[in-house]
Design a protein around this ligand. Structure first.
Ligand SMILES: [Zn+2]
Length: 301
């Protein structure tokens, strides 16, 4: 009797196992079909994912090369990320000479020669890096951080749409309608930032890594970077920065989670201020830019 019930239990367990295996394999098959209909678009950084999704809607699936929390200057893609490019129809590169692309673009394209490459920086007026950066000597100091200007973001979105229409001309009206709606949101973001910052009397801010060059240009602000050629500042520069911060009435030193420098703590302590961490690579671009604006307005009041 005991043996019999044991056997029955075993059969039930086996049946359950088979059913669950069938359900799981059926599910993954279904998922594959669903993504199979979509146009795979690879991008370098997370904000570009919002740009592509805003234009492509439910017709696209985005692969992001530099994952959340990674430093765009030193990140190396994994083999599985490289493999995922095999199914991509399009690669939207930032195009402003970001280190990741300078190092990896050729290798990424070698995985899939059929990918249409979009240069998001096309028609964007590039400017020089403010202050020190890791490649000041070797690379003519082009500021790669173009996406932190909503106006530049608008051009990036237009470039993406233009190429997406090439990949999938049948749906061009859909993409163009989406593009226009998102451009309107970017326009509103730009106007809001301008309005909010117009009342700010102290227009100088301090940040560890010089990410906000284009932002400062657009909104008539002065950025003082702490970093010196991609490294922590020397003692002499640190003393100079503390003097500058006092002179300019700076109370906040901005930093990014990707960089965790001691120098910002030292400066903040010396001026009796605080360190504020901001994310410059968030996937939800517009929402994050509003957070950033709020932090800046608060810091510069
Ligand atoms: Zn950078």
């Amino acid at each position: 009797m005991k043996e019999l019930s044991g056997r029955i239990l075993f059969s039930i367990a086996l049946a359950l196992l088979i059913t669950s295996v069938l359900v799981v394999s059926n599910l993954s098959c279904k998922q594959r079909e669903e993504t199979g209909d979509k146009i795979m678009v690879a991008v370098t950084i997370l904000p570009q994912a919002e740009f592509v999704e805003s234009v492509g809607g439910e017709k696209v699936e985005v692969i992001v090369m530099v994952p959340p929390g990674a430093n765009i200057h030193i990140y190396e893609p994994t083999p599985s990320q490289m493999n995922s490019l095999a199914s991509a129809k399009m690669y939207a590169k930032v195009g402003s000479d970001v280190e990741f692309e300078r190092t990896w673009m050729d290798k990424l394209l070698a995985v899939n020669r059929d990918m249409l490459v979009v240069d998001c920086a096309e028609r964007i007026e590039l400017q020089e890096m403010v202050g020190g950066h890791e490649r000041e000597e070797s690379h003519g100091a082009t500021d790669p951080h173009i996406w932190l200007s909503p106006r530049n973001a608008g051009i990036m979105v237009q470039n993406i749409c233009q190429e997406l229409v090439q990949v999938d001309p049948e749906n061009s009206a859909y993409y163009e309608k989406n593009r226009d709606a998102y451009l309107q949101e970017l326009d509103k973001l730009d106007r809001d930032i301008r309005d909010n910052l117009s009342a700010v009397a102290n227009r100088t801010f301090m940040v560890y890594h010089p990410t906000f060059g284009y932002f400062a240009r657009d909104y008539n602000l002065v950025m003082i970077p702490v970093e010196e050629e991609g490294k922590e500042p020397t003692a002499a520069r640190l003393a100079y920065l503390i003097g500058q911060a006092r002179e300019q009435g700076i109370k906040v030193v901005f930093a990014e989670p990707q960089f965790n420098p001691q120098s910002v703590e030292v400066i903040a302590e010396a001026i009796g201020g605080r360190v504020v961490f901001v994310d410059t690579l968030a996937r939800d671009y517009i929402r994050n830019m509003r957070i950033l604006r709020d932090e800046l307005v608060q810091a510069m009041e």
